[in-house]
Design a binder for this molecule. Structure first.
Ligand code: SF4
Ligand code: SF4
Length: 364
């Protein structure tokens, strides 16, 4: 394919992405990562916590072209990556703190499961392209393949990677969810595709606001990040970080809430698909403490809250409840924490977290 034809096909593909309702879409070549040194240094510092899968699949993660090999062993090499984004929340300053007894859920997990919402449309597009361009192969991903989605998004013109490490688009902000596909279809970024420089300027709001001090410019220490701790961390959370968890029970949005690029503005694009309309923004903490597997499954059924197990959710609920009791004592809630701490039927993680929360409340 010559360059003019590649650009024409690319424009068609990107036009279809817009027809499918994606807020942003762009293309980049399927080239090895340019962030390999940074990622290796971050992993060497052991700032990735329990996310050992980042180390295990590192070589593949650093070379997006290899992702297609898994779908078509011995097939033609991957040439291009199409990246898309859905906006899942409006630009609107800070969130309300949760009502007493409730824990907040990060915005991305409040609506329907974005994995399904995005993948369904990517599959539809890939199926059509496969017919129109015989011999082409595709592998779609939405957090589901070992690829550096944020780097690919930046290379495809969806934004810049900011000091809080999120991808920010100057008009859309950072409330965006990424997905895409790798393909051997030969695409070429059209000249009108934007490339964004760093728009963080001298701002340090996210660094100053992070409740656990997890951010250094362009790097997040996952072992201190509330989002990681509440969703990915399998074991106990360090007591020194309890206060920073605040009233978050699943995820944390603070470094995005304070970002000026997410505040309302006249020229900002703000369309949010109905699939992302919040279904639940908070969870009742005492109810979570009574969960079994069936209740967890039912609460998570169509949401993106998949990764946390029951004992992790109870751990999170205990910490959030303990934080609330610091300023608003509640004898019944305290009695529940004490009972859980002594209940041999509770998983060890839950009992030990209850004991730690109890200790903090007793000032010890
Ligand atoms: S998600 Fe929360 S804890 Fe994690 S870096 Fe952002 S502000 Fe800090
Ligand atoms: S808060 Fe400021 S420094 Fe942080 S990501 Fe937003 S613009 Fe960049």
């Amino acid at each position: 394919m010559d360059s003019a034809r590649r650009v024409r096909v690319t424009r068609e593909v990107l036009g279809r992405c817009r027809e499918l309702g994606f807020a942003l879409a762009g293309v980049c070549r399927a080239e090895p990562s340019r962030w390999a040194d940074e990622l290796r240094a971050w992993l060497a510092d052991e700032r990735h916590g329990d996310m050992g899968y980042l180390v295990d699949g590192l070589d593949k993660r650093l070379d997006v072209g290899r992702v297609l090999e898994e779908v078509v062993p011995g097939g033609p090499p991957a040439r291009s990556v199409v990246m898309v984004a859905d906006q899942y929340a409006r630009r609107a300053g800070d969130d309300e703190r949760a009502m007493p007894g409730a824990g907040r859920i990060a915005r991305y997990a409040r609506g329907r499961d974005y994995h399904r919402t995005i993948k369904r449309r990517l599959h539809r597009l890939a199926d059509r392209l496969r017919v129109e361009h015989p011999g082409t192969d595709f592998r779609t991903f939405v957090d589901t393949a070992p690829v550096l989605e944020r780097e690919l998004a930046v290379r495809a013109g969806l934004g810049w990677q900011a000091r809080n490490t999120m991808v920010i688009h100057p008009r859309r902000g950072s409330w965006i969810l990424l997905g895409g596909f790798v393909t051997n279809l030969d695409l070429e970024p059209p000249p009108e595709q934007e490339a964004w420089g760093d728009h963080c300027g001298s701002c340090t709001r996210c660094i100053d606001a992070c409740p656990t001090g997890a951010i250094t410019p362009y790097r997040v220490d996952a072992t201190r990040c509330v989002s990681y701790l509440t969703i990915e961390r399998r074991g106990a959370i360090d007591e020194g970080l309890f206060e920073g968890v605040g009233d978050w029970v699943y995820g944390c949005d603070v470094c995005q809430e304070v970002c000026p690029h997410n505040s309302p503005r006249a020229d900002g694009d703000d369309g949010v698909p109905s699939a992302y309309a919040p279904r639940q923004a908070t969870l009742d903490l005492l109810a979570v403490l009574g969960w079994g597997e069936a209740e967890r499954r039912s609460a998570f059924a169509v949401s993106a809250m998949k990764r946390a197990r029951v004992d992790m959710m109870k751990r999170n609920a205990l910490i959030a409840l303990g934080n609330q009791l610091q300023s608003a004592p509640d004898a019944a809630a305290l009695a529940r924490i004490i009972a859980i701490a002594a209940d041999p039927a509770e998983p060890r993680l839950v009992r030990e977290t209850a004991r730690a929360v109890r200790r903090r409340l007793a000032g010890g």
